[in-house]
Design a protein around this ligand. Structure first.
Ligand SMILES: [Mg+2]
Length: 357
């Protein structure tokens, strides 16, 4: 397909202010700390992606790791599966999680992007499918009653009829009151995210009360890696339970299945191990008949959901939009995977310059 070789990998750390603070049961997000990656090949083709670092403290070490991995693969063929194998081999004694896992995923995503660009096709086509559409939801925070109604109105204005709210207030009566306020403001399909704030017993108790809201899913009611706990909650609940954004690599997903968790998953393309990790994880999902949604990264996720059987929903916020020249913006609540070569990621350089760390 291509005989290109990796020339170099460049990184830039940016901290992009959010248009509005995003409160959750696990703390308030006020900015998007990103490492932007440009993977250059000897043929002039560049692969691009970004990593979401959650905290600005992680920006420098993640960027340094990406650069070190870039030096490790300089001169290698632009063959993402070979690169994945090489980096996973180097990480065997360290594991696929954490900052090293993020950096390896960044290299993987940028390499796949470069290969698709080199072939003049969108990523979904390179993977044997074609860019398609998937229903998207707007992700909102945990700002109490007043914000719930305002966020609903803003989401509806953006064309979304499916909206996610962070909950986990002092008691379930407050959770319910907020959700009723969103319904009153016009929200049709509702999802909620507890951001791991409950124990298993109280999660089951709160779910019972929330059943009347007919929610699309309840996300991470308890500790993310308590797969047995989530399986217990799912078995007791009428509402689908959703986990997955904190799975590090496909083997974490395998562990969740082994513990009996087979409700929906939402893969974070970075934490799951890049495009390669996503492909491996979604084979498991297909075998076990598990629905797949995405977490952050709308551009690359839309490409991947296009080739994922059982694709359910794409998560969307505008957090990364400012630094992208052509961000994916869902229309009437539907995400259309980009038809440009690669994942369609190009930088809005004037905004990048303002947000450089
Ligand atoms: Mg979540």
């Amino acid at each position: 397909m291509t005989d290109l070789k990796i020339k170099s990998v460049k990184t830039r750390a940016v901290n992009v202010p959010l248009s509005a603070p995003h409160p959750t049961a696990g703390g308030t997000v006020t900015s998007a700390p990103l490492v932007l990656i440009d993977l250059e090949t000897d043929g002039g083709v560049t692969g691009r992606t970004y990593l979401f670092c959650y905290t600005a403290f992680a920006l420098k070490p993640v960027a340094a790791l990406v650069q070190s991995f870039g030096e490790l693969i300089a001169g290698d063929a632009l063959a993402p599966l070979e690169i994945y194998k090489k980096l996973q081999g180097r990480l065997r004694l360290l594991g696929p999680q954490g900052l090293t896992g993020m950096a390896a995923a960044g290299i993987d995503m940028a390499a796949w992007d470069a290969l698709a660009v080199a072939n003049g096709t969108p990523l979904a086509s390179l993977l044997g499918g074609k860019p398609g559409t998937v229903a998207a939801y707007h992700s909102c925070g945990m700002g109490g009653l007043e914000a719930a109604a305002k966020d609903t109105e803003a989401s509806l204005k953006l064309g979304f009829d499916t909206i996610k709210f962070k909950i986990g207030y002092g008691d379930v009566a407050q959770d319910l009151a907020v959700l009723k306020a969103t319904r009153k403001a016009g929200a049709r399909k509702l999802l909620v995210d507890y951001n791991q704030s409950l124990d298993v017993t109280s999660a089951i108790a709160r779910e019972r009360v929330l059943e009347e809201m007919d929610l699309v899913w309840i996300e991470e009611p308890t500790t993310a890696d308590d797969y047995a706990g989530h399986a217990t909650i799912a078995a007791a609940a009428a509402t689908p339970i959703q986990i997955g954004e904190n799975m590090w690599g496909p083997t974490d997903f395998e562990k969740a299945i082994a513990e009996g968790f087979t409700d929906g998953i939402m893969l974070d393309v970075m934490k799951i191990g890049g495009v390669t990790g996503w492909m491996k994880a979604t084979v498991l999902a297909e075998i076990h008949g598990i629905r797949v949604s995405s977490h952050l990264f709308p551009e690359v996720s839309a490409q991947l959901l296009s080739v994922t059987r059982g694709a359910q929903l794409l998560e969307w916020q505008d957090w990364v939009t400012p630094v992208l020249a052509e961000p994916l913006i869902p229309k009437a609540g539907i995400a259309h995977a980009g038809t440009a070569p690669g994942c369609g990621i190009a930088w809005n350089e004037s905004v990048v310059a303002k947000c450089l760390v």
